[in-house]
Design a protein around this ligand. Structure first.
Ligand code: PEP
Length: 253
């Protein structure tokens, strides 16, 4: 944790959830008590189909919502795409961009991720820019170099602390139950902060929230969240269980 930074725990529902699952969001809101509210920000990123309804349901709860991706263009002939302005119009505060599933399954390059992050910022959303190495890259000793390159290619220049969140998500830790050691997470987050300082300048970089993501669960959250420069979590599977998500939030608080 960075003492001066208010932590953020964001849930990525991925392609999960129908209207009945809004009950999960309601349960999270019910458990987001005063102690938690004073210590940690929460956000839920449901599929686009649920975004408007979830945002409406969470009004007054101080829990933000976000999209899981956004188009590069503001509008136009892009069948199937959802623009950042549409996410904002549906009540979103955040947009996840460059998740490893989109980089791998949709061939999103760093340049595309940066364009999406810029589109999000233009719509007054805060992009959560995801970076992270594959298992092969880590085993080859290239994890730091890979992530630094992703940051240089994906982070919009001119971002301020309040207009950017970065999530370090090692690809091999997502949905696998595996996590890096706290020492490896610490080394990576320190390197990310330093690289952001080169890209954005030290004052802006010092305030950017750096989330760790990849198999965060109630049982490992406290250890991961206690690492320096870890300012919260991006949570996949465990964000679909309200009590697990709240337990992770409590570990941040
Ligand atoms: C994710 O997909 O962003 C993620 C962190 O997933 P999980 O928590 O399930 O590993």
């Amino acid at each position: 944790m960075t003492r001066s930074i208010r932590p953020l725990v964001a849930g990525n529902w991925k392609m999960n959830g129908v209207r009945a699952d809004l009950a999960i969001a309601a349960e999270v809101a019910a458990g987001y008590d005063l102690a938690l509210k004073s210590a940690v920000d929460l956000a839920l990123c449901p599929p686009a189909t649920l975004l408007y309804m979830m945002s409406a349901a969470l009004l007054g709860s101080r829990i933000a919502t976000g999209g899981q991706d956004c188009g590069v263009a503001a509008s136009g002939a892009f069948t199937g795409e959802v623009s950042a302005a549409m996410l904002a119009d549906s009540g979103a505060t955040f947009a996840i961009v460059g998740h490893s599933e989109r980089r791998a399954l949709h061939g999103e390059t760093n340049a595309v991720v940066r364009a999406k992050a810029q589109a999000a910022q233009a719509a007054l959303l805060v992009p959560i820019v995801c970076v992270g190495e594959t298992q092969a890259e880590r085993e080859a000793g290239k994890a730091l170099a890979v992530v630094r390159k992703q940051l240089r290619g994906s982070v919009p220049e001119g971002s301020k602390a309040a207009t950017l969140v970065v999530a370090y998500e090692p690809v091999w830790a997502i949905g696998t139950g595996l996590t890096p050691t706290p020492a490896d997470v610490g080394q990576m987050h320190e390197a990310i902060r330093a690289e952001l300082a080169r890209i954005l300048g030290k004052p802006a970089a010092a305030g950017v929230r750096l989330l760790y993501g990849g198999s965060v669960k109630p049982g490992n959250a406290a250890e991961l969240m206690s690492v320096a420069h870890v300012d919260g979590a991006l949570v996949g599977g465990a964000s679909l269980k309200a009590q697990d998500f709240l337990a992770i939030a409590r570990a941040c608080a």
